[in-house]
Design a protein around this ligand. Structure first.
Ligand code: AMP
Ligand code: ZN
Ligand code: FE
Ligand code: FE
Length: 282
């Protein structure tokens, strides 16, 4: 059983439509796949329909942008009620802030490189959630850099002088909000220290107290040492160990199924969902 619980589509910063991602997942030999676009659930319906046609198990998910003392945190949530008022409000605030912030980054980058907001907006198309990868696409289109990845090396990375953060909810609030809406939450790539600052173990403990169910340990941004450290934390706090590709289509090296969630871990997530109170399930 091959289970991949973290993928992106054109609803956010992936390059394939939700239907394309599901078809590729079936072709890649996956059995269960989650669509987890940044801060939007707009892809759920299309993905669910295509997954059903392809005989693929579909898990509706999201990757919620959060913060803790200025550190950016990504929180995966699965199966939450998409029409929950608090969830909808939280996500729309973030999506609006992301547009403003993308414009600010473009203004700064435009001092040194040929990029305009119009070009970025055009490339983002009808994406619900705008992100730095769309700015990267504009830089690629202008021949400034050859790939999305390389746009992040100097220009768009978290340590760049062009970087601007955006509003995002405090992570423990987000865990509570998603859990209250029936979501099963998993801390995405909690040890991805090459991308930016990561939180201390005590923040993971606070998240666990708020209802966090799992840690995404098997992810390409974690080396063996980081995986071992996180596995010890997961065991101590009774958190489920998950794994996933964080697939974004072309332009990023991540391949569907490159990291997987163990079927036993998936059953633990389903149990947390059934319990409806993820904090009570360990
Ligand atoms: P944003 O959501 O606008 O802050 O941009 C973050 C997104 O950019 C991540 O979800 C990744 O898809 C992508 N990203 C972040 N760092 C890198 C990197 N070093 N190389 C390629 N893509 C990256
Ligand atoms: Zn992304
Ligand atoms: Fe992420
Ligand atoms: Fe992601």
């Amino acid at each position: 059983m091959r289970i991949d619980l973290h993928t992106h589509s054109t609803v956010s910063d992936g390059t394939g439509t939700p239907a394309q991602v599901m078809r590729e997942a079936a072709e890649a030999g996956l059995h269960i796949v989650a669509l987890t676009d940044h801060d939007s659930v707009d892809g759920w319906e299309e993905a669910a329909a295509t997954a059903a046609d392809a005989g693929l198990g579909f898990v509706p998910g999201i990757e919620v942008s959060c913060r803790h003392h200025g550190i950016s945190i990504h929180l995966l949530s699965y199966w939450h009620r998409p029409d929950d008022d608090q969830v909808a409000t939280m996500l729309s605030l973030t999506r609006e802030a992301r547009v403003q912030r993308a414009r600010e980054i473009v203004d700064k980058v435009a001092v040194d490189y040929p990029v305009t907001w119009e070009a970025v907006a055009d490339l983002a198309g009808d994406a619900a959630t705008v992100g730095r990868p769309h700015i990267a696409d504009a830089l690629v289109a202008q021949g400034v850099v050859p790939t999305r990845d390389e746009a992040f090396t100097d220009i768009l990375g978290g340590n760049s002088r062009y970087y601007v953060p955006h509003y995002a909810p405090e992570v423990t609030d987000a865990v509570r909000t998603m859990s209250a809406a029936g979501g099963v939450t998993v801390f995405a790539h909690p040890g991805a220290d090459a991308r930016g600052r990561i939180v201390t173990t005590s923040v993971i403990e606070s998240m666990a107290r708020a209802g966090l169910v799992g840690l995404e340990i098997d992810h390409r941004d974690h080396d063996e040492r980081q995986r071992d450290r996180l596995a010890r934390i997961a065991a101590r706090l009774g958190l489920v160990r998950t794994g996933a590709s964080d697939y974004h289509g072309t332009g990023k090296r991540n391949e569907l199924g490159e990291n997987l969630t163990d079927p036993k871990a998936f059953i633990a997530l389903e149990k947390a969902r059934a319990a409806g109170r993820p904090s009570a399930v360990n």
